[in-house]
Design a protein around this ligand. Sequence first.
Ligand SMILES: [Zn+2]
Length: 290
Amino acid sequence: MLCTMREMLADAKAKKYAIPAFDVSNYEMMRAVLEVCEEERSPALLMGLEGDLQGKGMQLIPAMIKSASEFFDVPVCLHLDHARDFSLICAATEAGFSSVMYDGSVLPYEKNAEETSAIVRFAHGNGLTVEAELGHVGDAIVGNENATTSGDGDPEDTLTEPEEAYRFVERTGVDALAVAVGTAHGVYKKTPTLQIERLQEIAKACGIPLVLHGGSGTPDDQMQRAIENGICKINIYSDVVTGLNTGLKNKLNSISNPATWPMFVFEEARKLMKETVRQKIRTFGSNGRV
Ligand SMILES: [Zn+2]
């Protein structure tokens, strides 16, 4: 049985730790995350990405994660990452996700607040948790060679304003808020510097669990300071994918038989992904919590 994100984040907020939230694109990624969460006694927060949910993906990925959750002795939340339209959220609700992120961060404030409010009413009516975004976490370099962009500008242009965040949370009734305080998605060109004071002000103004996107590549000490100051969920994608691809590349370069059993081909990738997942869990302090 999946659980929602609400109870997970409430505990994280009360005890000042953060739960790493991992985007999982396939079976190997899912298994690495769930195994380490169980070994480390951490709540498991798995996320689906729109690109992976095309076609039958919207049925198959949630079905895989829901059934896998029965075999692991830790709470599992299945969260839809970065949905930009209502139809995707409806489809995810029907497919059994227990939590969704509506990302209206590129919209003007008024429109973002209006759309988010409507989605909160719909999702809460169906028992799902909602995360929204205010301010905009931009892209560093998209971690996908087929979709490389140089990003959408300087992330400092669209940082979250504390007073606006307060109004947004009051109006929308959202459960968690992704904030822009200096991180970016993808692989960084230069090390980010988080704006901790701004984060403190936002946390104080909002009173709900805050979310940090673009966690991959952000220095650990900065993330720990962010956790002390209200961040309860940190999204991780690029670091795990890097483990997957590095492991695969090393292994494939070392074998000559193209018919090698996938179980062996994925061996190093699994090991590297598990190391990354464990490192995030321990750094964010979500180990030993369940
Ligand atoms: Zn994100």
